[in-house]
Design a protein around this ligand. Structure first.
Ligand code: NAD
Length: 263
């Protein structure tokens, strides 16, 4: 039997960080090696597992680790990713809200270490993206595509990374990936709906971990594909599966489909 992979949880005291730590405790292939938080966080120094206290020093947390699992904010992800590249530690991130320039930084780090980024680690959400691509390909331009997402009131970025991924899946199904077709808001005298538009609408409220609906609206009929998260546990389980899959691979930027067995 091989030794368990040593995992650093980045954003360890956040909503997802807490779920990831709990999931690691149930996963014999992985062990929590370190917990990293933002400098100045009141939980620095707190004990979260036998022999593991929350650190704010990335180099110290990453020393001797096999893989990091990060759910934070884009600036923190990129800073800790640079430290992981220096330390030669594989990096799984589920952070959303990256700009194009920040995505380029993810890709640059992936020339030095294996990096896996996914806006959603749920197996069934990734299946939803596949179904969306298939539906868009088969229904064609006679059906208008609209995406609606709902998340808890503390979520920082909009629309969700998953909603943008689903919009990309529609575009892929239609044979292109033209982001110019996205319509992110409507108000006032908007005129007729442009042909080929992909609407993405954002709802926020309460403690909802995430809901996504893809609507294909035709004449006299409509298809709705819906995913609802009741907890964050499935995101954490998917991230762990991705971490176990990524550790020890060659440098490169990997997608989540292969790690979840969907490729
Ligand atoms: P959160 O605010 O509860 O947690 C983020 C944590 O990161 C906080 O504890 C914060 O202190 C910490 N942090 C900030 N800067 C840091 C730094 N420099 N170093 C270390 N830690 C730092 O947020 P959340 O709800 O856990 O979500 C985090 C991210 O994950 C968001 O971008 C969210 O959209 C995304 N998310 C992705 C998935 C997925 O499946 N990919 C699922 C849920 C959430």
């Amino acid at each position: 039997m091989t030794a368990p992979r040593r995992v650093v949880v980045v954003g360890a005291l956040g909503r997802m960080g807490e779920c990831v730590r709990a999931a690691i405790a149930d996963e014999p292939e992985l062990v929590l090696a370190a917990a990293l938080e933002a400098p100045g966080h009141p939980g620095i120094g707190e004990s979260v597992a036998p022999g593991v206290v929350v650190l704010d020093d990335a180099a110290k947390a990453l020393a001797g680790a096999d893989v990091a699992i990060d759910f934070t904010v884009p600036a923190a992800t990129l800073a800790n990713l640079r430290a992981a590249a220096d330390a030669g530690v594989a990096y799984v991130t589920g952070t959303t809200g990256f700009s194009e320039a920040e995505r380029a930084e993810l890709a640059a780090a992936a020339e030095r270490i294996p990096v896996l980024h996914a806006p959603n680690f749920s197996l069934s959400v990734n299946l939803l993206a596949w179904l969306t691509r298939q539906a868009a390909a088969r229904l064609g331009s006679a059906f208008d595509a609209e995406i609606v997402e709902l998340h808890h009131s503390a979520k920082r970025d909009a629309p969700s990374g998953t909603a943008l991924r689903l919009a990309e899946a529609v575009a892929e199904g239609r044979g292109g990936a033209d982001r110019d077709e996205l319509v992110l808001e409507r108000a006032g005298e908007i005129g007729a709906r442009p042909a080929g538009a992909i609407g993405v609408q954002t709802l926020r409220g309460g403690d909802c971990p995430g809901e996504h609906t893809v609507l294909f609206v035709g004449r006299g009929e409509r298809l709705e594909l819906i995913h609802r998260s009741a907890t964050r546990d499935h995101f954490a389980r998917g991230a762990l599966q991705a971490a176990a899959w990524l550790a020890g691979r060659a440098p490169g930027l990997y997608g989540v489909e292969a790690a979840l067995g969907l490729a």
